[in-house]
Design a protein around this ligand. Sequence first.
Ligand SMILES: O=C(O)CCC(=O)C(=O)O
Ligand SMILES: [Fe+2]
Length: 345
Amino acid sequence: MDSPLFHGPGQLGIPWVDSPLFESQLATSSASDAQKDLARRFGRDGYLVLDGLIEPDLIDEILEDSKRFYDPRAEFDDLPPQVVTLLKQGLEQAHSCRVQDAWWVSDAVKRLAAHPRVMETLRFLYQREPIPFQTLSFPVGSEQEIHADTIHFDSLPSSFMCGVWVALQDIEADQGPVIYYPGSQKLPVVRLEHLNQWAEDRSVAAGHNYDRFVEYVQAIVDTGAFEAKRLIVPKGTVLIWSANLLHGGSPIDTPDAPRHSQVTHYFFDGCAYTAPVLSNLMIGEAFLRNVWDIGLQRHVPHVIGGRTLEPVGEYGRLQRLRLADSPAIQDVGAAPELGAPGMGM
Ligand SMILES: O=C(O)CCC(=O)C(=O)O
Ligand SMILES: [Fe+2]
């Protein structure tokens, strides 16, 4: 029991609040009673609703900037073409209008993604450094099917990921509020092998595999085992959901009702970062995410147990990982170039 692995929260490759050692570590922690309560609730329910964290002025600045990034005619000549494609592609969707990674063109979006009070809360909940790696800006409800983010974004070891959703306006029941299922984060993390699926080299397979996942989640919801909650909240409210919590966007009852919100997705440091829906993790083939820290504006390496990993070989879009400092397997092949920042899905 002298190993630091068992003393320090955040040392194990299991998120702190899910760890069997959580309660005993909490008992000896210097955290305030209020913080302890927060961590316990996050562990039990898989989410937290917080208010008073975000300055109204910052939200107004985002809303002002969003007029430009939601405008389909806006031109961004100073940006790399692949970033412009990224910014524009969600606007063209008939359903679920959104802009991915608007932080490229809005400093306010970037500041919300790396907001010190959000970062501080996540750092405490996970006892690791949070990495904001993707923003999604929504002018209307997403009407997104119920899912867990672990199918899109998961770490190795698993579940060092969360979403933070911020209401940029008051949200009422008819505007397609976020829907979520408290406690569902305790279900097993599901990957393709649990659904009898494989990731193929061609991207077309991803949609098919995702459909199977959505059917699986819907079957869980249909059992009635989890109570649905809808997020009807004032402007400025923050919802944190853990990676495996089931959530989505409820139907919009009033057509064209706005539902301005920003979601930022976070990983935590000391992990490798994958897209499970595009990976065969059961046989060590990973679609690795190219993680760009939006706050620090730097690339984040894949690290497990303090040792850096690098990708080797390529199987279509899939790769294997090896320890960068392991001489034994130096001859496996050269690591391919990593792509441009922010190009993860
Ligand atoms: O905003 C929503 O309705 C859901 C968004 C979502 O699921 C996500 O960004 O992970
Ligand atoms: Fe999600």
